[in-house]
Design a protein around this ligand. Structure first.
Ligand code: ZN
Length: 288
């Protein structure tokens, strides 16, 4: 959606009304538990986290915060987060009822991270690497100019220190509040990836659910090896948009990791419990 359409849609949207609790409302969840977004099974939060946010009943791979991802993939005590320190950008002075800086501040509070990307210097299976991990909870993992800068710095660090690059990608796409500045990040991140390739260093991408838009159309699809998590939805435009534009029904399972593997767009579908050993083995092969 472009900026003008987004603003118009926001103006036409009906006011949200707060309804009184009714008999159809769900019961309050017990404290310290989480429900599987797929089957609804409730687990103790700490246990669910220890199982890497994978449901023990149905195997659904729930979303993982960016920093937790780094902890899951890096060797114990090896990860060192890079300082953001980039400062905020608001090139359009965007305001759709909520000024963009206020939306960023609220996202920060909710997601507990400064921006979409958390980048760390780490080791995976003893191999020096840079881990760049996206957080969908921060404005839908949208690719703004600060996120682009963070990813590019990660690429530069990999080249400077001869490290492999591993990106965990989960995103709704471009950040509409930054308009064309957001789209420019696709090119910027691609230049970063090209520098890593030019230094003959491996770049692995892990696609989590969901991975769409400008991210899937740039650095997420430019890795030497593209891994995806089971059931992850991956694509450029959403299925409904494609159906409306193409006037065709899409096949079952379209835009899932398994469908893309079968059609050659993804190299491996790897369960989260196997991600770390798989990445470790691949990096050892490349860096040997
Ligand atoms: Zn489940």
């Amino acid at each position: 959606m472009d900026v003008v359409t987004a603003v118009t849609a926001r103006r036409q949207a009906p006011e949200r009304r707060i309804t009184a609790p009714g008999p159809d409302m769900r019961p309050v969840a017990p404290a310290g538990t989480v429900a599987c977004p797929s089957c609804g099974r409730r687990s103790v939060a700490d246990r669910f986290r220890a199982e890497l946010n994978v449901c023990s009943q149905c195997g659904h791979h729930a979303r993982v915060p960016a920093v937790e991802r780094i902890a899951q993939l890096a060797d114990p005590r090896s990860a060192q987060l890079l300082d953001g320190g980039i400062g905020d950008r608001d090139p359009l002075e965007f305001d759709d009822g909520t000024p963009y800086p206020a939306a960023v501040a609220r996202a920060r509070e909710r997601a507990g991270v400064d921006e979409v990307f958390s980048v760390a210097r780490a080791e995976v299976g003893g191999v020096p690497a840079v881990l760049a991990s996206m957080d969908f909870a921060f404005l839908g993992g949208s690719l703004g100019s600060v996120a682009g800068e963070m990813f590019t710095r990660g690429c530069e660090l990999a080249v400077a220190e001869q490290r492999a690059l591993v990106a965990v990608c989960t995103s709704g796409g471009a950040r509409m509040q930054e308009g064309i500045a957001s789209l420019a990040q696709m090119a910027r991140c691609s230049v970063g990836v090209a520098a890593v390739a030019g230094a003959k260093l491996p770049y692995l991408a892990v696609l989590g659910d969901p991975c769409f838009g400008g991210v899937s159309a740039s650095f997420a699809a430019q890795a030497d090896i593209i891994l995806a998590e089971p059931g992850a939805r991956i694509g450029f435009a959403g299925g409904r948009v494609i159906e409306q534009a193409a006037h065709e029904y899409l096949p079952d399972g379209f835009q899932t990791a398994e469908f893309l593997l079968a059609h050659g767009m993804v190299d491996m579908v790897v369960a989260r419990q196997r991600l770390r050993p798989t990445i470790s083995s691949l990096l050892k092969l490349y860096m040997a």
